[in-house]
Structure formats: structure tokens, C-alpha cells
Design a protein around this ligand. Structure first.
Ligand code: NAI
Length: 284
């Protein structure tokens, strides 16, 4: 049986994951603002350090996996833009950096980071905001989206999920992660009926936008079903899954961008390998 850290363990999809892992006999250390084994505010430096430290001490420095589900939705108000970036980006990346050695210690750890289909279905997210987040600068990222006024929270939310998804894809394939036996992957849900979405639906203007958004299979997703996807991505079935972004969104991403992906690799990136491949073919 494994030992797992789950952030956002008190509610929604994080909670569903905790219930499923514990029902299967695993040990889970939950991290959240309240009702958790480790109570920590991931929007602050102190809270993130505390989450790293306490999880390591409760697990003797060995983790079979981690699920990064804590997240803040596109809460209204430009003064809360940094909060979105801090929880959704730093609250993932700094924890994973702090837990990396513990994940490497078990030899075949799996990590599931919660992304979102807002990454590919929100138009015009400023690249500057994503770049600032990837550099760890939440304030600069907030400044880059502030000019969008009341539309800035969805921009910040999508920007934070793009940045965290890129961080996963950049690191997943490296010696420190793939080479250390750690599988880093992203689950990108669409609209799932959890307290986060319920808060958005409670605002009539937001509810109208959400309900009109195309979801080809119809309706909202279920937190328990998303929990099943996470458990699957933590299992041995994911040994060969590395840096993948799994969209479970009722078809919205495919609806808006049927031809955007897969896209062939730029020649400059493949050239060193292509030469070797061509030479190998020539020698046969
Ligand atoms: P939720 O609101 O039910 O759960 C999120 C949890 O994160 C809560 O328990 C909350 O207390 C915790 N959290 C928030 N701020 C925190 C902080 N500063 N420190 C520590 N914990 C904090 O939300 P849900 O829907 O289960 O979301 C899980 C993940 O899925 C989030 O990352 C969210 O962005 C993402 N997501 C959700 C979608 C949806 O439609 N529900 C769609 C796409 C992605």
C-alpha cells in the first residue's frame, strides 16, 4: 500500500481522491486551509514551506505519489489576482520541488497536477503573465492581466493553469523527474460540479456564461469520476505516462480546437535526432 500527499483534500475533487485512496487501503496526508492533516495556507511562503515540511515529517521522507488539487477559481476582484497565481502556480511548483527527493525515494512515484481546460479555451491570455508566473513572479503576472478589468480573474486563472501545465511538461522529461522514476502528469478537467464551480454558478452573470459554454456531451462533470481518473494516473498503468495532459472536459477542448493538436515538432528541435535516424537507415 502506498503513501500519498493530496492538497485541496478538504473539498471537491481533492476530497474525492482522498476518499478513494483511503478506501483502497493507502495512507494519505491531506493538505488544506482547514479540515486536513496538515493545515497550511498555500497562498503564503510560510504556508507552502509548512506544507512541504509537515508532509515530509509525517511520511518519513518517502512518497509513492502526490496529487496537487488545491486551487482557487477565477474569484472576482483585481486585488485577488495574486492569490490565484500564488495558490494555483506556486502552491504546486514549490511543493513538488520540496517533495521531489521523497518522491524519488520510492523509485516509481506518480504525480497528478490539476490543470484545467481553461488553458486552451480562454482566448488572449497574455504571454507576459504566463512568463512571469514561470519566473515565480505573481505580482508581475497580476499586473499583466489587470488591464482586462472584470475579465482579469479568468485570465489570471487560465494563465496560472497554463504556467503550471508548462512547468510540468518542462520538468517531467528531465533526469531529476523521469530519470528519478517520478511520473509527472496533468489532469485537465472541464466544468466539474464542485464547491468551486458552485460558487461561480451563484453569480448570475457568471452562471450565464458557464451554462452557455459548449460541452458536447452535455452537463457538468462529476467529482467522483474525476477522482477515478486521478487514481488511475497514480497506478502502475501510468508507468509509461510522462508529461501528458489528460483532458476530461466533455469535449469542449476538441470542439474549439479540433486541428490545433497534435502538431509536428519544429525541425530545429528534432534535427540532431533526425540526422542519427537517417544515418542509421542509410547503414542498413
Ligand atoms: P474545491 O473548491 O472544491 O476544492 C479546492 C480546495 O483547495 C478547497 O478545499 C480549498 O480549501 C483548497 N484551497 C484553496 N485555497 C487554498 C490555499 N490558499 N491553501 C490551501 N488550500 C487551498 O475545488 P475543485 O473544483 O475540487 O478544484 C480542484 C482543482 O481542480 C483546482 O485546482 C481547480 O482549479 C481545478 N479545476 C476545477 C474545475 C471545476 O470545474 N471544478 C475545472 C478545472 C480545474
Amino acid at each position: 500500500m502506498g503513501v500519498y500527499a493530496v492538497t485541496g483534500s478538504a473539498s471537491g475533487m481533492g476530497r474525492a481522491v482522498v476518499d478513494k485512496l483511503t478506501a483502497a487501503g493507502h495512507t494519505v496526508v491531506g493538505v488544506d486551509l482547514a479540515d486536513a492533516d496538515v493545515v497550511a495556507d498555500l497562498s503564503t511562503d510560510d504556508g507552502r514551506r509548512r506544507a512541504v515540511r509537515e508532509v515530509l515529517s509525517r511520511t518519513d521522507g518517502r512518497l509513492d505519489g502526490a496529487v496537487l488539487a488545491a486551487g482557487v477559481g477565477p474569484v472576482p476582484g483585481t486585488e485577488r489576482l495574486p492569490l490565484i497565481g500564488a495558490v494555483n502556480y506556486l502552491g504546486v511548483v514549490e511543493l513538488l520541488e520540496g517533495w521531489r527527493t521523497a518522491l524519488a525515494a520510492t523509485g516509481s512515484a506518480k504525480v497528478v497536477v490539476f490543470g484545467s481546460n481553461s488553458t486552451t479555451t480562454t482566448p488572449a491570455v497574455p504571454r507576459r503573465a504566463v512568463r512571469a508566473l514561470l519566473a515565480g513572479d505573481v505580482t508581475r503576472a497580476a499586473r499583466a492581466v489587470r488591464l482586462f478589468g472584470k475579465n482579469s480573474p479568468p485570465m489570471m486563472y487560465a494563465g496560472s493553469k497554463i504556467a503550471v501545465t508548462r512547468w510540468v511538461r518542462r520538468h517531467a522529461t528531465t533526469a531529476d523527474w523521469a530519470g528519478a522514476g517520478i511520473r509527472l502528469n496533468v489532469l485537465a478537467p472541464g466544468a466539474i460540479l464542485t464547491p468551486l464551480l458552485e460558487k461561480q454558478l451563484a453569480t448570475p452573470a457568471e452562471a450565464k456564461v458557464i451554462r452557455r459554454f459548449p460541452v458536447p456531451v452535455g452537463g457538468f462533470g462529476d467529482a467522483g469520476r474525476l477522482g477515478d481518473w486521478v487514481v488511475f494516473m497514480l497506478s502502475d498503468a501510468a508507468d509509461f505516462l510522462c508529461g501528458s495532459v489528460v483532458f476530461v472536459d466533455g469535449g469542449s477542448d476538441a470542439y474549439f480546437r479540433p486541428d490545433a493538436w497534435p502538431r509536428s515538432v519544429p525541425v530545429s528541435r528534432i534535427l540532431p535526432y533526425a540526422w542519427r535516424f537517417l544515418r542509421y537507415r542509410g547503414n542498413r
